[in-house]
Design a binder for this molecule. Structure first.
Ligand code: HEC
Length: 152
């Protein structure tokens, strides 16, 4: 009976410990609501359009650049990036490089080619940029694969 009680407590303890996020966790991270219109302005002011193409925003021509970067943001996607992922993409771009590109296209020695804005970007601009970018993504349903696939 005593061991049964003890193992019961142990199970509860493990369950509780398993749910507690580690101190490095992003859980609980919430920034104030942004303003998409101001985010659009910030996108142009900060020259994000030198490397990114977003529907409704003119590209910024970079003088003397042979092959300007052209990373699309927004559009139809099968999964919309979370708030946390977008914030991370802006303030810590090398953490996870954008998918769909050759590493040498978008990075040098594993470091993103994206400009580091951390010393110039205000938190207000960051929240506005995220709100703006989120408004640009549209969810596209995944085409169902006919099953069973013929020919197999
Ligand atoms: C000098 C070029 C350059 C500038 C300027 C730039 N970026 Fe980027 N950005 C990149 C590159 C290259 C990537 C792809 C590699 C990566 O994920 O870091 C990227 C990736 C991103 C991504 C992730 C895209 C994805 O599909 O995962 C976001 C979001 C983003 N940038 C936002 C911004 C915003 C907002 C600004 C302006 C404040 C900006 N970028 C300015 C080059 C740039």
């Amino acid at each position: 009976m005593k061991t049964l009680l003890l193992s019961g407590w142990l199970a509860i303890l493990l369950a509780v410990v398993g749910c507690v996020p580690p101190p490095q966790s992003g859980k609980g991270f919430t920034l104030p609501e942004g303003d998409a219109e101001k985010g659009k302005e910030a996108f142009v002011t900060l020259k994000c359009n030198a490397c990114h193409q977003v529907e409704g925003i003119d590209r910024l021509a970079v003088e003397g650049e042979q092959k300007p970067l052209s990373i699309p943001l927004g559009g139809e996607v099968t999964r919309i990036s979370t708030y946390g992922e977008l914030v991370t993409s802006i303030i810590n771009p090398s953490h996870k490089l954008a998918g769909g590109f050759q590493p040498e296209e978008v990075s040098t020695d594993g470091q993103s080619k994206m400009t580091n804005y951390n010393d110039v970007l205000t938190v207000t601009q960051l929240t506005n940029l995220v709100k703006f970018l989120q408004s640009k993504y549209e969810l596209r349903a995944i085409e169902p694969t006919p099953y069973p696939p013929y020919g197999y």
